[in-house]
Design a protein around this ligand. Structure first.
Ligand code: 5FU
Length: 278
């Protein structure tokens, strides 16, 4: 009954949250488990990369943003982003990594310059403040049908999110299944941190995993890469997050970016097919 062996489509009914359902349905329809992380500082580059990738292959499931690194931001960018997501049928994941008390994160999520809850289907949070952070974010996100991931692990060398910290993150999620739809993690979390009496065999969480690269092992600042196959087949993650592996470190031609996206998309999907057919 483990979600590891199930198709994405057959897992839709494991979730009540509309964003989780949307993600799984989109994966099944597009035959893709690729999230493209676009960490550029110019709004025009962000739009150009989405336009480079989305129309040709339209396999991308997510575009993951760090909206606070855009230097020429104004809210018209959000209107353009929303237009693109409707046109090309993909989902936004603002990688905000909230980490404060419930009251503060509710304001950071709803308000300020970026009004993240108004446009981003999915966002994430560090579990370090405890349940307060889920209370705060769900007060804003749940009525809008948004979803949340907890950072149960990180991809960087020496990450402190290990052991009992990871187990507590999973317990926090288990108590809030209506809003917490999964984790940023390096592996499946089935049964992690559950007591012997607890039956978690039907439990399902989406595992989005960063730190994916086919050509590099890491960067000079502690990032560590593994292949889509290691992540999806080997470790049971559901969605690969790829940034510099696709758009490079210096500006690349549109067709190069599109070809790289296609390459990661194909590797990720092949690893998923190997997993469910194994
Ligand atoms: F939570 C995490 C993590 O543990 N590792 C990450 O790399 C998030 N990330 C993000 O994924 C990071 O902020 C980047 O936006 C992205 C990875 O980008 P890369 O260019 O593929 O290394």
């Amino acid at each position: 009954s483990s979600a590891y062996k199930k198709t994405y489509g057959n897992r839709v009914s494991n979730f009540s949250n509309p964003t989780a359902k949307l993600i799984l349905e989109t994966m099944e329809r597009k035959k893709s488990n690729l999230a493209v992380s676009v960490d550029v500082t110019d709004a025009n580059d962000l739009l150009a990369i989405i336009e480079a990738v989305a129309p040709y292959h339209s396999h991308e499931l997510f575009f993951k943003t760090h909206i606070d690194i855009i230097q020429n931001f104004d809210f018209s960018l959000i209107e353009k982003l929303q237009h693109l997501s409707q046109k090309y049928d993909f989902v936004y994941f603002e990688d905000r990594k909230f980490a404060d008390i419930g009251n503060t994160v509710a304001l950071q999520y709803s308000s300020g310059v970026y009004k993240i809850a108004s446009w981003s289907h999915l966002t994430n949070a560090h579990p370090v403040p405890g349940l307060s952070i889920i209370k705060g974010l769900s007060s804003v996100g749940l009525p809008l049908g948004r979803g949340l991931l907890l950072l149960a692990e990180m991809s960087t060398k020496g990450s402190l999110a290990v052991g009992t910290y990871t187990e507590e993150a999973v317990r926090m999620a288990r108590q809030n299944r209506d809003f917490v739809i999964g984790f940023i993690a390096q592996k499946r979390m089935d049964g992690v941190g559950s007591s012997e009496e607890e039956d978690t065999s039907d439990e399902d969480f989406l595992i989005l995993t960063p730190g994916i690269g086919l050509d590099a092992k890491g960067d000079s600042m502690g990032q560590q890469y593994r292949t889509p196959r290691e992540a999806i087949f080997g470790s049971g993650c559901d969605i690969i997050i790829v940034g510099r592996g696709i758009y490079g470190t210096d500006s690349k031609a549109v067709d190069t970016i599109a070809a790289q996206a296609e390459r990661y998309m194909a590797e990720g999907w092949a690893a998923y097919l190997a997993r469910i057919n194994n």
